[in-house]
Design a binder for this molecule. Sequence first.
Ligand SMILES: Cc1cc2nc3c(=O)[nH]c(=O)nc-3n(C[C@H](O)[C@H](O)[C@H](O)COP(=O)(O)O)c2cc1C
Length: 206
Amino acid sequence: MKSKINPLVLAVTGASAQQLAVRSLQLLLENDINVDLILSKGAYDVWISENKTKIPVDPVKQEIFWRDYLKVDSGILNCHKWNDNSASLASGSFKTLGMVLLPCTMGKIGRIASGSAYDLIERSADVHLKEKRKLIISPRETPFNLIHLRNMTQLCEAGAEIIPCIPSWYSKPESLDEMIDFMVVRLFDSFGFELKDINRWDGKLL
Ligand SMILES: Cc1cc2nc3c(=O)[nH]c(=O)nc-3n(C[C@H](O)[C@H](O)[C@H](O)COP(=O)(O)O)c2cc1C
């Protein structure tokens, strides 16, 4: 029997808080977790607005970009173009550890909840649901309208986990970076990973 470490699919959509996805990618690769990365069309624009730089769309150039930006050599990184619907990830026969959408727009949630997969992220999420694999959706919007809430309920009923990134105060974060690390590590707890030590609740009020 051939042994192969399946990748985790990380999908970054056009919602604010791109830094959460970037830190996730860095920690996953540092922990030797292979990642298949898809940025939605909208993610490229939000990245520019939050970081004032451009990410190359070409998968080979993008991998070089991330390796340089994150300063990580470990793990296998495969970047995919948002509209490459013939990619391996578009088929249930391609095995993965699961998929995370972080941060996730209300648009993506709506299209996945309705089953109308259009781009590679939506198709891959649809595949994860039909194959009964782990699908984590980290929504980013406030306030939620009734349609957002209904769509998230629909996804939850179909097997997805809805894990918003919510900062902790009990961990006494001293910087935004610490807060980001806490939220990212907590999200990947769902896979049983321990990406980094964080100040978990120790049961002491004082
Ligand atoms: C700077 C910026 C920030 C945005 N933030 C959010 C957000 O937090 N949540 C959201 O649902 N949409 C947000 N949007 C809107 C989405 O990017 C837009 O609906 C886009 O079409 C989503 O495409 P996608 O779902 O394929 O990524 C933002 C757009 C811009 C330009």
